[in-house]
Structures are given as structure tokens and as C-alpha cells.
Design a protein around this ligand. Structure first.
Ligand SMILES: [Ca+2]
Ligand SMILES: [Ca+2]
Length: 272
């Protein structure tokens, strides 16, 4: 075999193998290390979805939930499915990239909420953990949170009632952390991408409490002019959750349902 032929064969096999090369599978251990929340950052991008995975920048996972479990036993349906891998959606051409920069991926939750029997609320929701193990994280040094949201044209919840974004916090006097409070902000997104900017101290209110602890005095103030209970909660956040918040009708009809198509993106924690 002459030299020229050998060189040609080598060149051909190089092209052949490189041309067929598949994208490498990235093992979990090689994923970038989660960002630790610094004590006094000006702002931290918690999740912009652009890496197209089911993990936020603190290393927590995206998940969905619904009303099918005890005590609600509803029949609402959520996608991505409760318990399944959360996959991101492609942002459509309705994103104003001229003014707000390029954007490829966002989180989209779809599904159907069925009215169910009182007093149980019918709902679907999604959440993002503060860290890989849902360890309580201190958000008290942050002033608030900004995010972008919209609903798709088939969404019916925004006409029936708002959505709620909430911080899930274990009830601080409950040592086994099996009960949670939800400090939340309710809003009614339109079909146009809109940026929301909400401060924890004034816009977030105690939306739902599993069992209000006895020492909690609404409007009361301990220490720095703010209820100690809120301070304790803000120092122990396990998840951000977004949930449908349609009111329960006087006479719920289990055959009545609402379509959900909710989008969220670019969640930033900031301090002023
Ligand atoms: Ca991600
Ligand atoms: Ca995005």
C-alpha cells in the first residue's frame, strides 16, 4: 500500500467517524455545580430554562402536582405529568426578542382543572425546588422576585380566576417539617408575555397555611417591625410553586372543567 493511499484512507475514516459522532451523553455528575445562594447578591437568575433541563440554578428539580391525592381526591390532570420528567417548551415567535433579547426555552404547564366537591379545592400546579434535597433555603436577604409569564390562547383559568406563585415554607414551629405555609402573590396573566416584579414584604401574603401556629398574630409585629413568623418563613423556603387559583363555585359541578396553558420564564431573585 503506498503512502498516498494510506493517508487517503486515514482521512476518509476520520471524516466517517466524526460525521457519525453522536452528541455525548452527559452523566449527572458532570452537570455544572449548583450555584450557592450568596448572602447579599444584587440579583440571582434562579431559572431561565435556557439549558433545557429539569433543574434550576440552585440544583433543585421542576415538578408538577394535582388534586388527585388525599384529602381532595379530585380528577384534574396536569402536564408534564405528576411524577414524570419535567421537559421544557420552546418559546414561540411571540417573545419580543428585539426588546428583551433571545429566548429559546420556557416552562409550560398545561392540563385540565375539574370542579370538584366542596370544601376541597380543584387545582393543578408546578414547583421548583430550592435545592436538590428541598432543604430550607434562606431568602430573607432578597427583596423580591421578578419573572415573565403568559397564558396560551386555550387557557380558561385566567378568565375563571388568577394563578398564584408562592413560596413554600415549613412551619417553623413544627420540628418534623411535615406541614407547610405558602406565602403567595396572585396574578392574572394575559396571552402576551409580561414581566412581573413582586416584593416579598408587601406583595406576598400568607395565602394558605396548613395550621396557623398559635403564636402567629396577623398584623402583629415582633422585633424589626415585621411579624417574626414571616421572617422565620422567609428564612426557610423549600420551593417556589405556581398553582391555579380559581374560586370554588357555590355549587360545584364535577363535569365543568377549565383548560390550563400557563408559561413562566426568567425567574430572578433580587435585592434592592
Ligand atoms: Ca435549567
Ligand atoms: Ca428562557
Amino acid at each position: 500500500m503506498n503512502k498516498k493511499l494510506i493517508i487517503s484512507l486515514l482521512a476518509f475514516s476520520f471524516i466517517l467517524f466524526n460525521g457519525c459522532k453522536k452528541n455525548p451523553v452527559v452523566p449527572a455528575a458532570a452537570l455544572p455545580a449548583p450555584l450557592a445562594a450568596p448572602s447579599y447578591p444584587l440579583s440571582v437568575v434562579f431559572e431561565d430554562c435556557e439549558d433545557n433541563d429539569n433543574v434550576d440554578n440552585f440544583g433543585g428539580f421542576w415538578f408538577t402536582y394535582d388534586d388527585t391525592k388525599a384529602p381532595n381526591f379530585g380528577k384534574s390532570v396536569v402536564y408534564p405529568r405528576n411524577g414524570a420528567l419535567y421537559t421544557m417548551a420552546r418559546v414561540g415567535p411571540d417573545w419580543d426578542s428585539v426588546h428583551y433579547g433571545p429566548n429559546i426555552y420556557a416552562a409550560e404547564m398545561t392540563g385540565t382543572v375539574y370542579e370538584w366537591k366542596k370544601p376541597y379545592v380543584a387545582f393543578i400546579g408546578e414547583g421548583i425546588q430550592m435545592g436538590p434535597t428541598e432543604n430550607p433555603t434562606n431568602l430573607y436577604n432578597f427583596t423580591g422576585m421578578s419573572f415573565w409569564a403568559k397564558v396560551g390562547p386555550t387557557d380558561q383559568i385566567h378568565t375563571a380566576g388568577p394563578y398564584r406563585i408562592a413560596l413554600k415554607t415549613p412551619i417553623t414551629i413544627n420540628p418534623d417539617m411535615t406541614l407547610y405555609d405558602y406565602y403567595g402573590y396572585t396574578f392574572t396573566p394575559s396571552t402576551t408575555w409580561t414581566q412581573y416584579n413582586v416584593t416579598f414584604a408587601s406583595d406576598f401574603v400568607l395565602a394558605f397555611s396548613a395550621t396557623p401556629p398559635p403564636q402567629y398574630q396577623p398584623g402583629g409585629s415582633i422585633g424589626g417591625g415585621e411579624p417574626q413568623y414571616r421572617i422565620d418563613s422567609m428564612k426557610n423556603v423549600t420551593d417556589i410553586q405556581i398553582q391555579t387559583d380559581n374560586p370554588i363555585p357555590q355549587t360545584p359541578d364535577p363535569t365543568v372543567s377549565f383548560n390550563v396553558d400557563f408559561w413562566i420564564d426568567n425567574i430572578v431573585l433580587y435585592r434592592n
